[in-house]
Design a protein around this ligand. Structure first.
Ligand SMILES: CCCC/C=C/CC(=O)SCCNC(=O)CCNC(=O)[C@H](O)C(C)(C)COP(=O)(O)OP(=O)(O)OC[C@H]1O[C@@H](n2cnc3c(N)ncnc32)[C@H](O)[C@@H]1OP(=O)(O)O
Length: 371
């Protein structure tokens, strides 16, 4: 770029940002109380934007309020003042954009793409959003939903959106595989059912392995089973503070899928991965974040606003650069992930024929067992 033009552009951007910042400062006074976590975030961003990195002495342990403020500011490290100012503006605009503080998603019938029964798929602001839409069944994934998610991902890979999001409607992200999928046995018998389910699973997970654009999970509530394991194939995972992450495979007589037998040990180390995948330990959102499965946790009360403000900003980045960056990060693993997916699907095909699995599923369906 011509240096003079570059200088002009950056000065304009900084001036605009300073103006936005001042208007955000007055706007924030008119907001209804956004809760302590958001107030701390606002405080930290304000201090960083106006004074730069925190270099004041840490308050004593009994000075709880000032210590919390200092911790929040200090956590921003060396974030540049301009970025802090922009983040402050984005956060305030997200908080003001709607007076509704609930995490429920508004109806989107007007923008909904046709052809899906178990999903709501929308494209707006360069973002394709695929929302699992069986809230009364905690977004349990039926055969139809697996097929519709694959269709939606294939369409999103070719549309003109820059990023793609998977999320859930209602109080759950997803309760994983719909356990009644196992009851619909074809005339060819149970072996055939296990075989076709393994093919479906392999094809489903391959779609995530091969997805070419940035893929973001907006985990609005508890996540179970396959909805958790495939998170290792996403580029970013944002979670509500209400979300939990649970893979009760042994309880169900099953074994890990979604390439989690490879991605989880890589993400969180073999010991933590084993506790989740073998013993079914349920993680809170904060724990999942500490272990690297989740990118960032947001307070449930502001989850939707904060996340969508962030995503709208990301979706304005140059789409080709984002796609190439993803390729550079992920491509060398693709063949390996496909092989792992095939191996996990084969193992499950056998598991689904076992007494352990049959009994666990029957117990759930006859309401003798719940997680
Ligand atoms: C072909 C590819 C296969 C890939 C394999 C993947 C493996 C997995 O994903 S393993 C994980 C399987 N999921 C589960 O084991 C979860 C089972 N569900 C529960 O334990 C509970 O429902 C819950 C803890 C998720 C929620 O409990 P809560 O008390 O809040 O609500 P409920 O009254 O139980 O649920 C409401 C409604 O939804 C139905 N439902 C919920 N989850 C599932 C599910 N996974 N499969 C089928 N149905 C589910 C539940 O039966 C209720 O329905 P009714 O209102 O009609 O009774």
């Amino acid at each position: 770029m011509v240096p003079a033009l570059q200088l002009h552009m950056s000065k304009t951007a900084m001036r605009a940002s300073q103006k936005d910042f001042e208007s955000a400062l007055s706007q924030v006074k008119r907001l209804k109380d956004p809760g302590n976590e958001v107030k701390l975030k606002l405080y930290a961003l304000y201090k960083q934007a106006t004074e730069g990195p925190c270099n004041t002495p840490k308050p004593g342990v009994f000075d709880l309020i000032n210590k919390a403020k200092w911790d929040a500011w200090n956590a921003l490290g060396s974030l540049p003042k301009e970025t802090a100012r922009q983040n402050y503006v984005d956060l305030v605009s997200g908080l003001s954009s709607s007076s509704d503080s609930s995490s429920q998603v508004k109806p989107e019938a007007d923008r909904k793409q046709p052809g899906y029964e178990t999903l709501v798929v929308t494209s707006e602001d360069s973002i394709t959003k695929i929302m699992m839409n069986r809230p009364a069944k905690k977004n349990a994934i039926t055969i139809q939903m697996y097929n519709e998610i694959m269709l939606a991902l294939k369409a999103a890979s070719k549309d003109d959106s820059a990023i793609t999001v998977l999320t859930g409607n209602g109080d759950y992200y997803s309760s994983g595989n719909d356990l009644s999928n196992f009851t619909d046995i074809p005339p060819e018998g149970i072996e055939e059912k296990a075989k076709s389910s393994a093919i479906l699973l392999r094809d489903f997970v391959d779609c995530f392995i091969d997805f070419p654009k940035p893929l973001i999970a907006v985990v609005n509530g508890p996540a179970v089973g396959i909805s958790v394991t495939i998170l290792g194939l996403f580029d970013t995972v944002y979670a509500s503070s209400r979300a939990t992450f649970h893979t009760p495979f042994s309880h169900l007589g099953q074994s890990p899928e979604g390439c989690s037998s490879y991605t989880f040990p890589k993400i969180m180390g073999p010991a933590k991965a084993a506790e989740m995948l073998i013993f079914g330990k349920k993680l809170t959102a904060a724990e999942a974040c500490a272990q690297g499965l989740v990118t960032e946790v947001f307070p449930d009360s502001t989850f939707q606003k904060e996340v969508w403000t962030r995503l709208k900003a990301y979706s304005k980045l140059p789409p080709n650069a984002m796609r190439i960056s993803k390729q550079v990060i992920r491509n060398r693993e693709k063949e390996k992930l496909r092989a792992i997916n095939a191996e996990e699907s084969r193992a499950l095909q056998e598991r689904w024929l076992s007494d352990e699995c049959t009994n666990a599923v029957m117990n759930f369906l006859t309401r003798k067992a719940k997680l």
